[in-house]
Design a protein around this ligand. Structure first.
Ligand code: SF4
Length: 366
């Protein structure tokens, strides 16, 4: 095992490693086995993956991924999407947030990691070098948490090192854990955006399990800011509960104990929304959860979202509080209409030159 290696608590539930036969000698596989030498390993053929054996167990699957690694975020045409591109590095997450959309996306809890990194880097290299004048805002935290498995895979560190040759790419690493082991390979601190999701303390305590505390996230953000990075923050999902005003006020005020507004590249806000099939899954997996019984309607994208006046009341409160601390143009909504932008911010994405363009500028610090 690598010297001084300490397995973080959120990874201690992993019981077994599965490896695609074609990935047995991949550098990532060698590294993971070195860091988890006590775990049993089974080499599998992808068509015969033993799904039935996994019931209730957590396992890590080092897989050869055959699809596209670089994708568009699955936004919808009805609401303003931020135009972010996803680098797909794996699926699922070892932590457990009651509201997590991944519960509905994936059939099992298997932590899949695409071990054919050579294919990933070759695809990214071709895309990013085709025209070095084209800029990309990319991130890995869409189908997994960007840093949850970092301690055993070192994936983000490899990616950060690789992207050092592409100054036209800004990478966001979005997480709910603390892992700054990628920092020492960063070539340009202005091209990497460490990001943490935040929520009201009540939601952190009652709906997020296996994750770091809010103070730990903000301390890590402070460390990054001290090292010259700008960070991103996300309030998503914003949830209604008794005392939400006090809760969101507390976390917003806490942010500015650790960061100055100019150290924040952008901060997104999204109200809790879900495909109808997520609700019974949350009820089953988190029986104490009550916010799923709030007043939802079906939006144009067929997702359930909180009634507009209730959503706007929360957005206005949060935006006012953030503005009182000096935040403004870094704030944006994830998947809201122009009307709602106008009502809360007093302008629309069009006034910013389009949300995708605006965030590209924020990301690159223009
Ligand atoms: S940390 Fe993110 S990806 Fe992991 S369970 Fe929570 S919401 Fe889902």
């Amino acid at each position: 095992m690598a010297e001084n290696f300490i397995l973080p608590d959120h990874l201690k539930g992993i019981e077994k490693i599965y490896i695609d036969r074609s990935m047995v000698d991949a550098p990532l596989t060698v590294r993971v086995k070195d860091r988890l030498p006590e775990l049993p390993v089974e080499v599998v053929d992808p068509d015969n993956f033993p799904h039935g054996e996994l019931e209730g167990k957590q396992s890590l699957y080092l897989k050869e991924y055959k699809g596209r690694f670089l994708r568009f975020c699955p936004g919808t045409r009805y609401y303003h999407c931020c135009g972010y591109r996803i680098i797909h590095i794996g699926e699922n997450c070892p932590m457990a947030c009651s509201y997590c959309i991944l519960q509905a996306y994936f059939q099992d809890k298997v932590l899949k990691v695409w071990a054919n990194q050579g294919d990933l880097f070759s695809e990214l290299g071709k895309a990013f070098s085709a025209d070095m004048g084209t800029r990309y805002r990319v991130g890995t935290g869409e189908f997994t948490d960007s840093l949850a498995l970092e301690a055993v895979t070192g994936y983000s560190r490899d990616l950060v090192e690789f992207l050092g040759d592409y100054p036209n790419v800004s990478l966001e690493l979005k997480s709910k854990v603390i892992d700054l082991s990628w920092m020492d390979v960063v070539k340009r601190t202005d091209r990497i955006l460490p990001a943490w999701s935040l929520n009201a303390p009540f939601i952190n305590e009652h709906e997020e399990f296996g994750v770091s505390t809010l103070r730990e996230r903000l301390e890590a953000a402070h460390t990054c800011a001290q090292a010259g990075f700008r960070v991103c923050l996300h309030f998503d999902p914003i949830i209604r509960f008794d005392g939400w005003r006090e809760g969101y006020a507390e976390i917003i005020d806490m942010i500015f104990d650790y960061l100055r507004p100019e150290q924040i590249a952008y901060l997104s806000m999204g109200s809790f929304r879900h495909m109808p099939n997520l609700k019974p899954i949350i009820e089953r997996n988190f029986p104490d959860t009550t916010y799923i019984f709030d007043e939802f309607i079906t939006g144009n994208d067929n997702k359930m979202r909180l009634l507009r006046p209730l959503r706007l009341r929360q957005f206005k409160f949060i935006v006012d509080r953030l503005r009182s601390h000096g935040m403004d143009r870094q704030l944006y909504f994830c998947m809201e209409s122009s009307e709602n932008w106008q009502d809360v911010f007093g302008y629309t994405p069009k006034d910013l030159g389009g949300l995708g363009r605006h965030l590209m500028k924020q990301a690159f610090g223009d």
